[in-house]
Design a protein. Structure first.
Length: 159
């Protein structure tokens, strides 16, 4: 759940009932996991990173999402696909993931995670525009734990 004024995210929470974890953040107030502060890890080498990606429903073999996956796979330590954009963003915020992107996603799947990850220190920009904040009406994005990881993965995803 997220509270926004236009594209400005003000407060967010993501609850994972399977792990009994609650991620929270407020604008300028930091990010937390079960009340404890979290920060993205200082991973700067793409080959040491754990990446996650989002495939659209009914993905075709020749889709940009598959091309992105194939471009990134040999350059990272490992790739995950959890099926939850919100949890991917929360896990990036607490260091379980280091890079994540989605070419097409609904704002309700990403908004809370955007604020939590940004407040934890992540680099987040729009996929097409390369701008921040990511527009909530079209939240295609790339996010990374550090600016170095962001810079390393960006040219792999842009076609």
């Amino acid at each position: 759940m997220a509270l926004a004024r236009g594209d400005e995210l003000l407060a967010a929470t993501i609850h994972d009932p399977l792990r009994d974890e609650c991620f929270t953040a407020s604008l300028g107030g930091g990010a937390f996991l079960n009340g404890e502060p979290i920060r993205v890890p200082p991973v700067t080498d793409l080959s040491e990173s754990l990446a996650a990606l989002s495939f659209p429903p009914h993905v075709e073999a020749d889709s940009p999402a598959v091309a992105d996956f194939l471009a990134v796979l040999p350059r990272v330590h490992s790739v995950r696909r959890t099926g939850s954009t919100a949890l991917n963003l929360a896990w990036l915020a607490c260091g379980r993931l280091h890079v994540f992107w989605a070419r097409r996603i609904a704002c309700w799947d990403a908004a809370a995670g955007f604020l939590i990850a940004r407040e934890a220190g992540a680099t987040l920009k729009g996929f097409a525009s390369g701008c921040e904040p990511v527009p909530l009406e079209d939240p295609a994005f790339i996010i990374a734990s550090t600016p170095e990881l962001f810079a390393a993965v960006l040219p792999l995803l842009r076609r």
